[in-house]
Design a protein around this ligand. Structure first.
Ligand code: G3P
Ligand code: CA
Length: 244
């Protein structure tokens, strides 16, 4: 059976400020096979990396990303709230991130955070960046907004898409075909079931489950043959994968 991939969630976010360059560097040092990260768009159309629609939780600023220009956003510190030792980390833009990962043979999971704010042409802009940095073979674009995943395929059918969801979907393998996606990205408890996993895998669909931080769940998902495990602790998962 193929080994599950170790995908660092927002970088090595268990120990470093999420979605910052230090978190991405440390995830790679910890031995991850891939990185998951979240994308929004600024007022002047720059794609930036942050989980929430606002910068309140993760930076020393407040307000919506879409209300700032990129240069205004750069004034805020994205490390200091996590720990003073990370003072000086900034909100990365997509170019910085892709430039850093492009030659590292990683799975790159770009989550479009467009389920609350319908950023204009986010799909097209992200795909253009993916080609600019030559990472199209390594990328899965995912979202909780499945209409957006349709738009990705309309723009470029060769880009892989992943459907994020939390429910225990009835016949998930049939639903995914209606959206034309390549992968399911479920909350992990939605697929803790051999029949569900077998049905999805039999249909040639990739399953990458999030966010798995406890040893017992990592072990169970590995046993079930999940393709990718998205975790805040790539160091812990690496050890478990080595012993499984
Ligand atoms: O992509 C997996 C996971 O990150 C989705 O949920 O809220 O952590 O972005 P969230
Ligand atoms: Ca995410």
């Amino acid at each position: 059976m193929k080994r599950s991939l170790n995908i660092a969630h927002r970088g090595f976010s268990g120990e470093y400020p999420e979605n910052t360059m230090v978190a991405f560097r440390k995830a790679i040092e910890a031995g991850c096979d891939g990185i998951e990260t979240d994308l929004h768009m600024t007022k002047d159309g720059v794609i930036v990396i942050c989980h929430d629609e606002t910068i309140d939780r993760t930076t020393n600023g407040t307000g919506f990303i879409c209300d700032y220009t990129y240069s205004e956003l750069c004034e805020f510190d994205a490390g200091i709230k996590f720990n003073r030792q990370f003072e000086g980390e900034r909100i990365p833009n997509i170019d910085e991130f892709l430039d850093y990962v492009m030659d590292k043979n990683l799975l790159i999971n770009l989550e479009l955070k467009n389920d609350m704010i319908p950023y204009s042409e986010l799909e097209k802009k992200v795909i253009d960046k993916v080609y600019e940095f030559g990472v199209e073979k390594n990328v899965i674009i995912s979202s909780f907004n499945h209409y957006s995943m349709i738009r990705v395929k309309e723009y470029d059918k060769n880009i892989k898409t992943g459907l994020l969801y939390t429910a225990v979907l009835y016949k998930a393998h049939e639903y995914i075909k209606t959206v034309g996606a390549d992968a399911m990205h479920p909350f992990f408890s939605s697929v803790m079931n051999k029949k569900i996993v077998t049905d999805i895998k039999k249909n040639g669909i990739i399953i990458n489950a999030y966010t798995v931080n406890e040893k017992k769940y990592m072990e169970r998902l590995i046993e079930l043959g999940i393709d990718g495990i998205i975790t805040n602790y790539p160091d812990k998962l690496k050890k478990i994968l080595e012993n499984s």
